[in-house]
Design a protein around this ligand. Structure first.
Ligand code: F6P
Length: 334
């Protein structure tokens, strides 16, 4: 039997387990044996191998995180480390490696491809949705649901107490979670890395003061993408409190956004992409990512997924920006 290997790498994402189920089951249907390496690229280098069989995959799809474990492993950029990984893969007679991960993991996969003769296939698994060549990544939809639920909860207490909250969401350097969560949770303002120009402190303060004047008894929620405001959500809240004279409460959502049971959309996406990754190995492809564009499974050269930018949907940005001020404006018309 030919052998293939799979790893989950970088930040875990809900749906990674469902993806492994699809990979293992599809592979066995085609008489391919599957080995997993625990903890991503580090696990290959340290040979933390574990055989994967369809019997073990029956009840994994429902679980968040990754049962195969993951890690961040910057050492993999070094040539000798990638060569060591290639030697370990060869020692097991592995013909193809499937990497489920995000941008850093695909850089690693691309690097490995320079030193290893086997096939390397990427499957996009990251809550950030920041990979070009696919409309969606595994874990994004669940992370948005989780952020929305959390913001809804903050909103209830904010509304009860007529408070202002600045809620920080994840996304590394991309505003996908921020934008989708802001729309879904009907936020009054959003600050995302892609916004040009970036909102200034004075404008944000003005928005809060106008809302306070129009609706003194109501809540106000600002969504802030992480890594954006110097000093983060705490500093912005302090600055806004000072500028407005209204206490602004910081609320970083943090890693809660990475956990939780994958929603149906992520499980189905993961199964589609995982099965297609095995098909790609069977048809001899290498150095590609499997993506989903306009509901169709597509293949994209691996390097393009991290070399090209992935823009936000401008219609969604306009929708949110356009609706943010409508309540206050309508109050002014009364
Ligand atoms: O890439 C997923 C992600 O959750 C980002 O949104 C975030 O910036 C980063 O990982 C956090 O990484 P870590 O868990 O290693 O601190």
């Amino acid at each position: 039997m030919k052998k293939i290997a799979v790893i989950t790498s970088g930040g875990d994402a809900p749906g990674m387990n469902a993806c492994m189920r699809a990979i293992v089951n599809t592979a066995w249907q085609h008489d391919l044996e599957v080995i997993g390496f625990r903890h991503g690229f580090r696990g290959i280098v340290e040979d933390l191998n574990v055989p994967l069989h369809p019997d073990d995959m029956r009840l994994v799809s429902q679980r968040g995180g990754t049962f195969l474990k993951s890690s961040r492993y910057p050492e993999f950029r070094e040539v000798e480390v990638a060569q060591k990984a290639a030697a370990v893969l060869d020692s097991h007679g592995i013909v193809g490696l499937i990497v489920i991960g995000g941008d850093g993991s695909f850089r690693g996969a691309h690097h490995l491809n320079q030193y290893w003769d086997g096939q390397v296939i990427g499957v996009p698994g990251t809550i950030d949705n920041d990979l070009a060549g696919t409309d969606v990544t595994i874990g994004f939809a669940t992370a948005v649901d989780t952020a929305m639920d959390a913001i809804d909860k903050v909103r209830e207490t904010a509304e009860a107490m007529a408070r202002v909250f600045i809620i920080e969401v994840m996304g590394r350097h991309a505003g996908f979670i921020g934008l989708h969560a802001a729309i879904a949770a009907a936020a009054e303002a959003m600050i995302l890395p892609e916004l040009e120009p970036q909102p200034k402190l004075a404008e944000l303060a003005d928005g809060i003061l106008q809302a306070r004047a129009a609706f003194p008894d109501s809540s106000y929620v600002v969504i802030l993408s992480e890594n954006l405001w110097p000093g983060g959500v705490h500093e912005l809240s302090k600055n806004l409190s000072k500028a407005t004279g209204v206490t602004c409460h910081p609320c970083p959502l943090g890693h809660i956004q990475r956990g939780g049971r994958p929603n149906a959309q992520d499980r189905i996406l993961a199964m589609q992409l995982g099965a297609a990754a095995v098909d790609a190995i069977l048809s001899g492809e290498t150095a590609i990512m499997i993506g989903l564009e306009q509901e169709h499974v597509v293949t994209v050269p691996l390097h393009l997924t991290f070399e090209r930018d992935k823009p936000l949907d401008p219609r969604l940005v306009q929708l949110q920006l356009g609706l943010q001020g409508v309540n206050i404006a309508s109050k002014g018309d009364e």
